[in-house]
Design a protein around this ligand. Structure first.
Ligand SMILES: Cc1cc2nc3c(=O)[nH]c(=O)nc-3n(C[C@H](O)[C@H](O)[C@H](O)COP(=O)(O)OP(=O)(O)OC[C@H]3O[C@@H](n4cnc5c(N)ncnc54)[C@H](O)[C@@H]3O)c2cc1C
Length: 335
């Protein structure tokens, strides 16, 4: 199949870029490994406006968040299915220090605060209380990817095969590598500084656990309905395989135990590798020496937030020749 633009990879990066180019009527094809080896498929799908122990609003949140929400709503309209659920996210304070840190930043964080939570409102011990973040939610990433794949496959854009990322010989006007963690560390974009991080998560059944909100405290628990919860996640930098580990499972089970003593059953245990370049800031643009080779990577832990906006900027560059701003441009990262 011939096309002007070849997109390698159908994780959240490749999928969002495909939608952006499809909306512009471009000639595209997607080449994808075809198995389930995509980090996006196991992602928890959270979009949390304020993250980390430091409780910092995500980079350029006011810009990328509304863009992301508009994008998911527009794809939902085409596919007639809901993927993004706007849900308040409860961030419990792990200790008095965290509470004090929050109090000191409260004014700065005001736009993202929906309310506060006290211990008495929690079905578990939360002695330092917590804050409810506004504006975030959860993408059912798996359904978003599968439904998009069905649509593009029906349009004849899909090609299932493995591409040799080391050489990535483009046979289109331009080939965009959206290969996630597999596209970092070596190959034509091997010059990018990277800090890929493996992560694991569990899906567990906890009958009778009454929490209906997404809650985070040293990790998060997401209610899926029917007594099912997703819990995670871990970070490790030594082993960059997508193999599950007993240590990862033990760490997440400890997190679950910090919320409830009810018996639980592990239904699923998965692992993937986060493609981290500069924290979770996306990297897009053409290779410094090969005009017909481009990249969309670096989504880190924040694919749901950044993929739609970064895809729009890359699509605009590829179709209309718009300049890519330095903060996102891979060419600005050559040392
Ligand atoms: C445990 C865990 C939890 C996470 N939770 C969240 C979360 O709650 N919210 C959030 O926003 N982010 C989360 N993330 C991060 C998120 O998953 C990533 O940001 C995102 O998946 C990266 O998407 P991507 O499209 O760049 O890469 P991927 O999803 O890995 O997609 C890469 C694609 O390239 C294809 N590919 C690779 N090599 C080749 C090849 N040689 N030939 C052909 N195709 C190839 C793959 O098959 C795949 O389709 C989490 C990550 C982990 C590990």
């Amino acid at each position: 199949m011939k096309a002007d633009i070849t997109i390698v990879g159908q994780g959240i990066a490749g999928t969002c870029l495909t939608w952006r180019l499809w909306d512009r009527g471009k000639s595209i094809r997607i080449v994808h490994r075809g198995d389930h080896r995509s980090t996006s498929l196991i992602s928890a799908g959270l979009l949390t406006p304020v993250t980390g122990r430091g409780m910092n609003p995500s980079w350029r949140l006011e810009e990328f968040l509304p863009e992301a929400l508009r994008f998911y709503r527009s794809v939902e309209r085409v596919l007639e299915e809901q993927f993004f659920y706007e849900t308040p996210i409860v961030r419990l304070f792990a200790n008095a220090g965290e509470r004090a840190r929050f109090d000191a930043k409260r004014e700065e964080l005001a736009p993202w605060i929906e309310g506060m939570v006290e211990n008495s409102e929690c079905p578990y011990d939360a002695p330092h209380g917590g804050v409810v973040w506004a504006g975030g939610g959860r993408l059912d990433t798996q359904r978003f990817l599968e439904a998009s794949k069905g649509y593009f496959r029906a349009a004849g854009l899909f090609d299932v095969r493995e591409v040799d990322l080391e050489v990535a010989a483009p046979d289109s006007e331009v080939t965009v590598l959206c290969a996630g963690a597999a596209g970092l560390g070596s190959g034509p974009f091997g010059f990018l500084p990277e800090r890929r991080a493996k992560g694991e998560l569990l899906t567990v059944r906890i009958l009778g656990f009454p929490e209906e909100r997404i809650v985070s405290r040293n990790g998060w628990i997401i209610p899926l309905g029917g007594g099912l919860f997703r819990a995670g996640s871990t970070y490790s930098w030594d082993d960059l395989t997508d193999t599950i580990t007993t240590a990862g499972r033990a760490q997440i089970e400890e997190l679950i135990r910090s919320f409830t003593n009810l018996p639980y059953e592990v239904v699923e245990h998965v692992a993937g590798v986060r493609p981290i370049v500069r924290q979770s800031r996306p990297v897009i643009g053409r290779h410094p020496e090969q005009e017909n080779l481009a990249i969309f990577n670096g989504l880190g832990s924040k694919g749901v937030l950044y993929a739609p906006g970064a895809a729009e900027r890359l699509a605009s560059h590829l179709s209309e020749g718009t300049e890519i701003e330095e903060a996102l441009n891979v060419r600005a990262m050559v040392s």
